[in-house]
Design a protein. Structure first.
Length: 288
């Protein structure tokens, strides 16, 4: 093969590969726009002040979803409050202390496998351990603890990757000034890695907000007229509410606008949470 022919071959190969990448991106973008548009078109008519500020009534064929919004926010926020500190501490241990030891490799393997476990398995674990063994019953705290386990692998992986991106010169300069390893991690490494860690928190928050199977067995009920009384009381959530309306409602066809409206609110809630976390992350990154 001559040099000219080889250059043509490389040029064509590059064009084909970039075409595949662009086409894949277009397919994903088209699917996202199509799904969001479909939900918005079918659900916007249900979005009213009453829908957002009242409780379901008449066998959930009328009324609003305020208890569901509150329950979903508490479940996702509570899970993040537990899983983020634990995930960061685990990542710091794995990267800064354990390093490339055999024990650390086994832990990373377990974390990666845990990230691929279906959420229904986490739900069954939460049911057997938190609800039954620990005696927490179907409650907000059981759902929070279960969701914190669901989001933990993502946060550990992204936090460890963020620590890898911190230049080694930061650590070397800190050690040269006489700082201990713990001081170096706390003063030099963590502030630089925090924006990347918050990316993992955003991913974990999005997953926790949209979970259904993990909380169906541990935290949520179809309807509760009392709302959230304490962390030991059951709650309603947007994903579970949609599931009930679509599969177990008394008048499924009649509640179609409510189903799409609930999905639209859930999408907006996830978007709002993610935007808030992104703004916080960007502000922290500007200060670093």
């Amino acid at each position: 093969m001559s040099a000219h022919t080889f250059q043509i071959y490389r040029y064509l190969k590059e064009k084909v590969v970039f075409f595949i990448f662009r086409f894949s991106t277009f397919i994903n973008l088209f699917a996202l726009v199509a799904i969001c548009s479909f939900i918005a078109i079918n659900g916007y008519s249900a979005i009213t002040w009453e829908f957002l500020s009242s409780s379901p009534k008449n066998s959930m064929t009328e009324g609003g979803i305020l208890p569901c919004i509150i329950g979903t926010s508490l479940l996702a926020g509570g899970a993040l409050l537990i899983s983020f500190p634990l995930g960061v501490c685990s990542a710091v241990y794995l990267h800064e202390y354990a390093g490339k030891s055999r024990f650390a490799k086994y832990i990373r393997l377990g974390v990666n496998n845990l990230a691929g476990v279906p959420s229904v398995v986490f739900g069954l674990f939460g049911l057997s351990f938190f609800v039954i063994f620990c005696g927490l019953q179907i409650s907000l705290i059981s759902g929070i603890l279960t969701l914190s386990i669901v989001t933990l692998p993502v946060i550990i992986s992204t936090s460890e990757e963020a620590l890898r991106q911190v230049p080694s010169t930061y650590r070397e300069a800190s050690f040269a000034l006489g700082a201990t390893q713990s001081t170096t991690i706390w003063r030099a490494v963590l502030p630089s890695a925090l924006p990347g860690m918050l990316t993992g928190a955003i991913l974990g928050l999005a997953r926790a907000t949209g979970e259904t199977a993990a909380i169906m067995f541990t935290a949520t009920v179809f309807f509760t007229p009392k709302g959230v009384e304490s962390i030991f009381s059951p709650v309603m959530s947007l994903p579970t509410h949609m599931y009930v309306l679509a599969t177990a409602g008394t008048e499924i066809e009649k509640t179609l606008p409510l189903q799409y409206g609930t999905a639209l609110v859930l999408f907006g809630l996830v978007l709002l949470m993610n935007l808030t976390a992104i703004i916080v992350r960007d502000r922290i990154q500007q200060k670093v």
